[in-house]
Write a protein that binds this ligand. Structure first.
Ligand SMILES: [Zn+2]
Length: 238
């Protein structure tokens, strides 16, 4: 058999592998698994964020409680000294009352913040529970599909190995330099080998120049497409 015809057979095997690999990649269960995996990663991120928010808020809560007890003891001290040693003039009274109301306003402000933190914590707890439930459901679905997919993948891999073995078998019949050229063309035009179709390149559909058609008439076994670089077989013309 002529080298270019052997290369044609090699190409058939090579294309079969490409098609099969594409099919494997497009496997519906594989796509579902990727979707669930991404979803689970997203939920993990959500849970992490909730936990770190909770940590920050718990630190803030501790600081607020310290500050509150400090302010409250300030208020107590002031009111004790006010009773024990009442200010002599109106101005001092007014001063102390002003200081006191400042303290109380601060306390009120902090109390409001503490209330808000507790409310936020409840919302976060609810969100955390819901996220965990969602993640658990997704995880179960992931596991269910994974079991099916693993089996599919195992079967497909065996099939792929057979197809690849065929490629290797065909490759052994073809000259190394010709195979290299095939791979080179494949980088930009696939499949690299084609046939003449109505005086056109079967790959890119470009009208073949008269010079090439002359070569064909005078018995060339192959020509090269000036446009796409494919090898156009003449002997296998259909
Ligand atoms: Zn072409």
């Amino acid at each position: 058999m002529e080298q270019y015809e052997l290369l044609w057979d090699y190409q058939q095997a090579d294309i079969a592998v490409d098609h099969f690999e594409r099919e494997m990649k497009n496997n519906a269960n594989r796509k579902e698994l990727i979707k669930y995996r991404d979803f689970l990663l997203e939920q993990q991120g959500v849970l992490k964020k909730i936990e770190s928010d909770a940590d920050v808020m718990s630190d803030r809560l501790e600081a607020l409680r310290d500050e509150m007890s400090r302010l409250k003891s300030n208020v107590e001290e002031m009111s004790t000294s006010f009773k024990k040693d009442p200010p002599a003039d109106v101005e001092s009274v007014s001063n102390q009352v002003q200081q006191m109301s400042k303290l109380i306003s601060k306390i009120t402000h902090y109390e409001a913040e503490i209330t808000k933190i507790h409310k936020d914590a409840d919302i976060r707890d609810k969100q955390q529970r819901e996220t965990r439930v969602r993640a658990a459901k997704a995880r179960a679905e992931f596991d269910r599909i994974k079991e099916i997919y693993d089996k599919e993948y195992k079967d497909a891999s065996a099939q792929l190995a057979k197809l690849k073995a065929r490629v290797e078998k065909e490759a052994r019949k073809v000259d190394k330099s010709l195979l290299d050229r095939y791979q080179q063309i494949k980088l930009h035009s696939s499949p690299p080998l084609t046939k003449i179709r109505d005086g056109r390149c079967g790959g890119c559909n470009m009208q073949l120049p008269a010079a090439d058609m002359n070569k064909v008439r005078t018995g060339a076994t192959y020509i090269e497409c000036e446009n796409c670089g494919r090898i156009i077989l003449v002997t296998n013309q259909e």
